[in-house]
Ligand binder design. Structure first.
Ligand code: ADP
Length: 186
């Protein structure tokens, strides 16, 4: 299965993606995680990405698209993948379609995890205390939510037109939400 997971920051994409990919036996590819790893290692890609991430802005499409193209070309992604945090812009949607079309493939599903704004801000502030992610300050969280609402939330309409969008309520316990997601994917 080739799946795209969308949802606002704090909706639980990372946690749920790990559970779903394990259950379906497909690799979990998180652009945010790849960026954070590169920031941690101080690579050129990390230095570039960090400038945007610390402000809650999106890393430029050219950088992100090239990185995803590379990752999807690896052998473990040949039979399916779960993309978490990509695509997030109209240009990324286009680019992903092109990448897949080159190999005669297409997406099976776009899953959007929906969440209440106040609830996710609270979750992220809590995560800030536990994990100390530098982009989890209240100001940066608000900006990430805005950017998501402006640039990413409207993209689900394209997947709805293709008939592959499913929306799943992300409120409630972790396992409860995982069950909902797996049911929606079956
Ligand atoms: P969240 O969804 O909670 O904001 P992520 O870990 O998915 O967290 O992403 C963290 C940051 O990484 C984003 O705010 C953005 O700066 C960058 N990023 C991740 N994925 C993309 C993408 N597809 N396009 C541009 N920037 C991205």
């Amino acid at each position: 299965m080739r799946i795209v997971l969308m949802g606002p920051p704090g909706a639980g994409k990372g946690t749920q993606a790990a559970a779903i990919s394990g259950s379906l036996g497909i690799p979990h590819i998180s652009t945010g995680e790849i960026f954070r790893k590169n920031v941690g290692e101080g690579t050129e890609l990390g230095k570039e990405a960090q400038k945007y991430m610390e402000k809650g802005e999106y890393v430029p499409d050219s950088v992100t698209n090239a990185m995803v193209k590379d990752r999807l070309a690896q052998p473990d992604a040949a039979n399916g993948f779960l993309l978490d945090g990509y695509p997030r812009t109209a240009e990324q949607v286009q680019e992903l379609n092109t990448m897949l079309a080159e190999t005669g493939l297409k997406l099976d599903k776009c899953v959007e995890i929906t969440a209440d704004t106040d609830e996710v801000v609270q979750r992220l502030l809590k995560r800030a205390e536990l994990e100390g992610r530098p982009d989890d300050t209240e100001e940066v969280i608000r900006r990430r939510m805005e950017v998501y609402a402006e640039q990413t939330a409207p993209l689900t309409a394209m997947y709805a037109e293709q008939g592959i969008l499913v929306q799943v309520d992300g409120m409630g316990g972790v396992e409860e939400v995982t069950e909902r997601l797996l049911a929606a994917l079956r």
